[in-house]
Design a binder for this molecule. Structure first.
Ligand SMILES: [Zn+2]
Length: 671
């Protein structure tokens, strides 16, 4: 019988037939798919005819169907619905895949042919997109070590394989620590907690098999618990468990893994002739250099820290007024900030939450995409990997454009955070291929499911990434959708968050779960007024993480990551009551893979642009200005990585943005 992962998928829109795939299929399918891909690469490398764009670059761009199918299904379920067997498979697959792809990059005959096409690029009469794909392919080989010889070459291969293994271990340790810890609450401990926290804690208790409600380390439970529990001792216990993830000693401790990763990255950059891993990494970004990144972060750090210090004084006074002596601690900040927000803005999450129904917020994100880009969404009934997943067909003017899948609820088998990935990317070469895009979130279940304001922003954020995939209109898969510079990839997602704040959108879709009434205008005003509340705290916890990430990758690698982290925080004068958003042993952005290593700054880099880009709509006559929407699609959402990001932004806006827009957006501009 044919392995369902390798068969032609004769399903609606060629969506993976999840109901026919079992875990036992993955390992044999991957082996077969890798050998098919190996044969494809060998044919390209051994082709005796002179190298051309078609027989080298386009031959490499031709998808290896089997491999794409296996990997898209496997990584979807490994991230969103794991189990011990899938975790074991992932441990086995990571080194195998790393070895396979570095073998491709290290193939000297193949690189010689890529290089031959590169050398004749001026005579080839390529389209701009083809020139870009050629440049990126050639640069990818060189950066991957293709030009290295002998011992250096071998060392590079070994480093890459080891890094892939370490990244997977880091992720799994973190997941294990997040899954294993929970704190049981007695009925008395629930006092002061809003209903939605209590019901989430009860649901979590049932999932863990506990006798009653529990606090877990899922962000959707621990964050509101820290905001609302009046029990300082319980807040401290929960916060300390949260902060200790990946640093609990024993088999799941990530500290030594992080140090080894940094040492290997520094060695890798040195082999390729770069001063540091940060120099190597930033070469391909819009920012280009570590100095440019540090300048941006420090421009933001100073006003953010000043704001946070002023806020800390207010919160400490509130705490002392409560009869609690001593310093304001990290487990106190969110609690007193929530109280202050209620006092000053008279807005609390518990009052807001009934208006933020998950289903209505999904509708809102679709409705904005309809008004801006003419997209329509119709529910699809197809078998997916978990009963919580939902799917929609996305069309425009009656034409099929994409399939969109949403997997919104938290569960123990899902890693934390939220993400967007393409199970199939848009491409026109060698044939038209429409995208299948998935958003995965970790919202607490409920009846109906209600979101926090942060959750609703996350929903819009991930949907912005989905639009970048679904509206992609390029020829080649390697530059499709979100395959852009790391410090550009968050522009569409962070920009889309702005539409959640448009009063007419909230007015229509933020309706009360029980009464159906629209969110009252006063509450809406409070929500928007509170949007910059506690921005000193949020900016400080983020920028501190970004500065530590940058310092980790500049110069020699630190032997002790915790000591290095402490040194950086001391240098910048980290406020006592604020912790890094991601301390090193749980900094998955930086250590799970290479994606955001010396790249965590990029969220802020993108925020500079998103504030400035949304202002373009406001200046043009409103959030739904059709000309601005058309320009956004034309220059940014449809272009993938086909053009340098600075050029794309300039085409959309007429100029590059500065840091002022961001400070204004965060309420941190000089007063
Ligand atoms: Zn994002």
């Amino acid at each position: 019988m044919t392995n369902p992962l390798l068969a032609h998928w004769d399903t609606d829109f060629e969506i993976a037939p999840f109901d026919q795939i079992s875990d036992a299929d993955f390992a044999p399918a991957l082996d077969e798919a890798l050998s098919q891909h190996k044969a494809q690469i060998a044919r390209i490398a051994a082709d005796p005819t002179p190298a051309t764009f078609a027989n080298v670059i386009e031959a490499l761009e031709t998808p290896s169907q089997g491999l794409e199918q296996v990997l898209s299904v496997f990584f979807t379920v490994a991230g969103a619905d794991s189990n011990p067997q899938r975790e074991e498979l992932q441990r086995a697959f990571s080194p195998k895949l790393a070895a396979h792809f570095s073998e491709v990059t290290a193939n000297k005959a193949l690189f010689a042919r890529v290089n031959a096409v590169w050398e004749q690029r001026d005579q080839l009469d390529l389209t701009p997109e083809q020139s870009r794909v050629l440049m990126l392919t050639h640069r990818g080989f060189v950066r991957g070590g293709a030009a290295l010889e002998g011992a250096q070459d071998q060392r590079m291969q070994a480093i890459k394989g080891r890094l892939a293994t370490l990244g997977t271990e880091f992720t799994q340790n973190l997941l294990a620590d997040e899954r294993d810890w929970f704190m049981e609450l007695s009925e008395a401990d629930l006092e002061g907690l809003p209903d939605f926290v209590i019901s989430a804690a009860r649901a979590a208790g049932a999932e863990k098999g506990a006798a009653g409600p529990v606090v877990t380390l899922s962000r959707s439970i621990i964050t509101p618990f820290l905001q609302f529990s009046p029990r300082r001792d319980l807040r401290q216990k929960a916060f300390e468990a949260w902060a200790a993830r990946g640093a609990n000693g024993g088999a799941t401790d990530n500290r030594a893994i992080a140090a080894e990763i940094l040492a290997l990255r520094a060695e890798r950059a040195a082999l390729l002739g770069y001063d540091s891993f940060a120099d190597y990494k930033l070469e391909t970004e819009m920012a280009k250099t570590p100095a440019a990144v540090r300048a941006l972060l420090m421009d933001v750090w100073k006003p953010a820290k000043a704001q946070a210090e002023a806020d800390a004084e207010v919160l400490a006074q509130m705490m002392h007024d409560d009869g609690v002596n001593g310093d304001l601690e990290p487990w106190d900040w969110r609690y007193y900030a929530a109280k202050r927000r209620k006092a000053e803005h008279d807005l609390d999450e518990a009052e807001l939450k009934p208006y933020l129904q998950l289903d209505r917020m999904i509708e809102a994100s679709f409705a904005c995409a309809n008004r801006l880009f003419g997209l329509e969404f119709a529910p699809l009934d197809v078998p997916l990997y978990h009963p919580d997943c939902r799917a929609w067909e996305v069309t425009r003017d009656g034409k099929h454009l994409a399939v969109f899948i949403g997997d919104y609820f938290a569960r123990g088998s899902k890693r934390s955070g939220a993400w967007c990935s393409a199970m199939r990317s848009q491409a026109k070469f060698p044939k038209e291929q429409s995208p299948i895009v998935i958003n995965v979130c970790n919202f607490a279940k409920g009846d109906p499911a209600l979101l926090s304001w942060d959750d609703a922003r996350t929903l819009f954020h991930e949907f912005g990434h989905a639009l970048h995939q679904m509206l992609s209109n390029v020829s080649y898969e390697s530059i499709s959708g979100t395959s852009v510079a790391r410090d550009f990839v968050e522009l569409p997602s962070q920009l889309y968050e702005h539409w959640l704040e448009v009063p007419e959108v909230l007015g229509e879709f933020a309706t009360h779960a029980q009464t159906g009434a629209a969110m009252p205008p006063e509450l809406l005003k409070k929500v928007l007024g509170a949007a910059t509340f506690d921005m000193g705290f949020q900016t400080v916890e983020y920028v501190a993480s970004a500065l530590v990430d940058l310092a980790f990758h500049e110069g020699a690698a630190p032997q002790d990551v915790m000591a290095k982290q402490a040194e950086v925080l001391q240098d910048i004068g980290m406020p006592h009551a604020i912790a890094m958003r991601h301390a090193s042993p749980q900094f998955a952005h930086v250590f799970s893979g290479d994606g955001y290593s010396s790249g965590y700054y990029s969220y802020m880099w993108s925020e500079v642009m998103d504030a400035d880009a949304f202002a373009a709509f406001e200046e043009a006559g409103g959030a739904f200005d059709p000309e601005r929407a058309a320009a956004l699609e034309k220059y940014i959402l449809s272009t993938g990585g086909s053009v340098d990001p600075a050029e794309l932004y300039t085409a959309f806006r007429g100029r590059l943005p500065g840091v002022e827009a961001l400070l204004k957006g965060r309420g941190l501009a000089a007063k």
